[in-house]
Design a binder for this molecule. Structure first.
Ligand SMILES: *[C@@H]1O[C@H](CO)[C@@H](O)[C@H](O)[C@H]1NC(C)=O
Ligand SMILES: *[C@@H]1O[C@H](CO)[C@@H](O)[C@H](O)[C@H]1NC(C)=O
Ligand SMILES: *[C@@H]1O[C@H](CO)[C@@H](O)[C@H](O)[C@H]1NC(C)=O
Ligand SMILES: *[C@@H]1O[C@H](CO)[C@@H](O)[C@H](O)[C@H]1NC(C)=O
Ligand SMILES: *[C@@H]1O[C@H](CO)[C@@H](O)[C@H](O)[C@H]1NC(C)=O
Ligand SMILES: *[C@@H]1O[C@H](CO)[C@@H](O)[C@H](O)[C@H]1NC(C)=O
Length: 498
């Protein structure tokens, strides 16, 4: 019990500090860093906050490299800076494209010099209800609001590492800390960005690069054009709401984590899931296999989904041999098309899914700069994007009946940064943000028969994290906690929140 309390206090403390820090810094900037002579790469410089920052930093003596997809407005920013006698360069760049980011980064290195301050500010927002947001729009939000941070950082971090001098700033949003109704894709992507910063920060500390700083700035919805039409509120109500949410008035990360802790210790009465149709990804091994067996024994019909067909069929056979119901489907969860294809098959061959468990996940476990781009991409696709597609496939029938349950198996890496797991953290933060936001949206739509749950197990000994040495807490602590929570017995208590 001691561990739980310490962990809980630590967590709440971290979140409070993070929020307070961002509040304080937003209004009372810390003793101003001397940025004369810095070369700053600023995305989304053509409008809103980006333009304001570009002007501000140029006046403070930095050379500002303005980057925007809108060449016209970007040039306006550059001209304005130059007309005041300060230094600026303009580059057109589509931040949803990795190739374009790398191309522009090379140009900047050649034509301007080594970037010492990177400000990831570009962002887009769809502002539609989840089921009304087109797939391409969800993809684009993630590409610009999360993925672009990986690529820009990959481009400029190496030279910062060499000199042990640099600053990486993530302009997130309060939507990166709290779920917001009607902004599922935006929330997931901003949570992802916060997770990335958090984890990168830890990694730099672990590498003892104390000359490189990272900052995450979480402005409220600001009146810079992006959120026209969002009813925000005056400043003080914004703070009030945020605080109110924070202290558990509304569903929040915090209350959710606490709940997930609490439930691990004091399970609520078990939900009767006999007759449910469960779609479970990553059923072939580890936690997925344990859940499949558990839920089947409780009377549910399990659609086991895994990319490893032999492992998946093995689990299906195991369930059937015990006399329970299961069906196996091979699916590559990094592919939207394949998820939709399998979802159609399941609807035809098994029936309407009433419980969706997004469990499939991958982890590279490499240092950020050593993680290949395709691996980062794949991690995000399986650990975050797949949740959008499975939910899109099965939520409509749940909405019709106002009955269902969407479960996100996140990870404590979805709430804490972990060094050496940048991509994983970003993706799990993203998944937690998605759940959070979906939960609020369902609440607002009065679909009270559809529940969402985010489950955050610790690093578990299920094969995925072999070789992870965490430095947040001594490994022994995690082991002790693992023992405490009874990693392999804890599934006996697992029931999904009702
Ligand atoms: C680009 O910026 C200009 C000037 O701010 C604006 O008039 C124009 O609509 C923008 N174009 C697009 C495609 O957003
Ligand atoms: C959150 O709380 C505020 C007041 O504290 C309330 O007006 C609002 O409806 C709540 N939102 C949700 C989604 O529960
Ligand atoms: C669960 O519900 C089914 C009918 O839906 C019922 O037959 C069964 O007895 C219930 N099990 C428990 C443990 O309540
Ligand atoms: C698939 O699962 C089987 C059985 O668990 C395992 O032996 C095999 O290595 C797995 N294949 C891949 C590609 O992971
Ligand atoms: C959702 O949760 C409520 C109580 O929190 C419970 O009564 C209801 O059965 C749950 N619905 C589903 C589909 O799990
Ligand atoms: C559960 O833990 C025990 C002891 O730690 C271990 O021997 C056993 O293999 C574990 N069972 C599973 C299913 O992982």
């Amino acid at each position: 019990m001691g561990f739980v309390v310490i962990e809980l206090l630590g967590l709440v403390g971290t979140v409070v500090l993070l929020i307070l820090k961002s509040f304080v810094q937003f209004f009372i900037p810390p003793s101003r860093k001397d940025i004369t002579g810095e070369i700053m790469f600023l995305t989304g410089a053509g409008s809103g906050l980006g333009r304001l920052m570009a002007l501000k930093f140029a006046r403070l003596g930095a050379t500002v490299v303005c980057v925007d997809i809108n060449e016209t407005s970007n040039d306006e920013t550059v001209q304005q800076i130059k007309s005041e006698g300060f230094k600026a360069y303009g580059y057109k760049c589509d931040c949803s494209s990795r190739e374009d980011i790398y191309r522009v980064a090379e140009l900047v290195k050649k034509q301007v010099g080594d970037v010492t301050m990177l400000i990831n500010n570009a962002g887009i927002v769809s502002g539609k209800k989840f089921l009304e947001t087109e797939d391409w729009m969800i993809q684009k939000s993630m590409d610009i609001n999360t993925m672009a941070h990986f690529w820009t950082t990959k481009a400029f971090l190496p030279s910062m590492m060499e000199k042990n001098h640099g600053h990486i700033v993530t302009i997130a949003s309060t939507a990166g800390l709290f779920g917001v109704c009607g902004l599922c894709d935006y929330c997931a992507s901003k949570f992802g960005a916060v997770g990335f910063d958090e984890s990168l920060n830890m990694e730099l500390v672990a590498l003892q690069k104390d000359g490189i700083h990272t900052t995450v700035v979480c402005p409220f919805f600001i009146n810079t054009g992006m959120f026209d039409g969002v009813k925000s509120s005056t400043f003080s109500t914004a703070i009030f709401h945020t605080m109110a949410r924070f202290f558990g008035v509304n569903s929040t990360i915090c209350s959710k984590v606490i709940r997930s802790f609490a439930e691990t210790i004091f399970p609520p009465p078990r939900k009767n899931i006999s007759g449910e149709i469960v779609f479970l990804t990553g059923a072939g091994s580890g936690l997925g296999r344990l859940m499949a067996l558990k839920f089947a024994k409780l009377g549910a019909t399990i659609a086991c989904v895994d990319i490893n067909q032999s492992a998946n069929e093995g689990v299906v056979r195991e369930i059937k041999s015990l006399g329970f119901n299961a069906h196996g489907f091979k699916c590559d969860c990094s592919s939207r098309e394949e998820i939709y294809r399998v979802a159609e098959l399941v609807k035809k061959q098994v029936g309407d899914v009433t419980m969706l468990i997004n469990n499939a996940g991958i982890v590279s476990g490499k240092k950020f700069l050593e993680t290949e781009d395709w691996m980062i991409q794949k991690t995000m696709e399986v650990n975050t994007m797949a949740h959008f597609w499975t939910t899109k496939a099965f939520l409509p029938s749940m909405m019709v009946k106002n009955y269902g349950h969407v479960v996100t198996i996140a990870s404590s890496a979805g709430f804490f940064g972990v060094p050496g797991l940048c991509d994983y953290c970003a993706s799990k933060f993203g998944a937690a943000g998605f759940d959070e936001s979906l939960n609020m949206e369902l609440g607002a739509l009065k679909k009270d028969g559809i529940n969402t749950t985010v489950v955050c197990p610790y690093f578990m000994n299920t094969g995925m994290f072999e070789g992870v040495k965490t430095s947040i807490l001594p490994t022994s602590t995690y082991h002790a906690m693992g023992d405490f929570f009874g990693i392999n017995s804890s599934m006996d208590e697992f029931k999904g929140r009702t």
